[in-house]
Ligand binder design. Sequence first.
Ligand SMILES: CC(C)(COP(=O)(O)OP(=O)(O)OC[C@H]1O[C@@H](n2cnc3c(N)ncnc32)[C@H](O)[C@@H]1OP(=O)(O)O)[C@@H](O)C(=O)NCCC(=O)NCCS
Length: 161
Amino acid sequence: MFGLKRGVALAEPVAHVDVRFATARDIQQMLEIELLSFDRPWNRLDFMLAMRQEGVAAVTAELGGAVVAYAVITQRARHTEIWNLAAAPHLRRRGLGRTIVERVQASAGRLAPLRAIVSERNLVGQLFFKALGFRATKIIRGYYARCGDDQDAYRFVWKGN
Ligand SMILES: CC(C)(COP(=O)(O)OP(=O)(O)OC[C@H]1O[C@@H](n2cnc3c(N)ncnc32)[C@H](O)[C@@H]1OP(=O)(O)O)[C@@H](O)C(=O)NCCC(=O)NCCS
């Protein structure tokens, strides 16, 4: 994943935060953050099934031995998608999301472009991806219709430096 073998450091280490591939043992802590982060959160089974899929990697940021942020990344035919991303609410705006996404960007290489889908109501998510060099390239009408929600979504794309 990311052109690297599992267990190999993704990029330069960041002080105090350990970024590593997630394992099934991390799901409980990821779930706790997930439930505090989304209106339609993934459940345990969603994480388990996603992380078992070919071409999917989950990455966590750990602080003092606790998972404080994570991303689930999936490799599609022509792009790599940040499928899920969240930071613990009490530690937001302290660079955790940036640390994880910059590691993915640094490791993306042949996997670029990176994409993320963000709800039209998630202004923080939009500002976050914009700050990380992503650009909104498409409005996806009715993206959440299958959940009975009429909001649209934006596709954000990062094509590399
Ligand atoms: C989006 C999210 C992952 C960002 O994580 P974070 O660790 O708080 O973000 P960072 O501290 O790394 O912020 C990086 C940059 O994004 C922008 N940003 C992040 N949060 C912001 C906010 N609340 N308001 C404005 N800009 C913000 C800023 O430019 C920030 O850089 P700066 O602090 O130097 O100005 C976090 O808010 C979150 O978990 N939200 C809920 C889940 C979600 O929306 N996920 C993304 C869509 S899948």
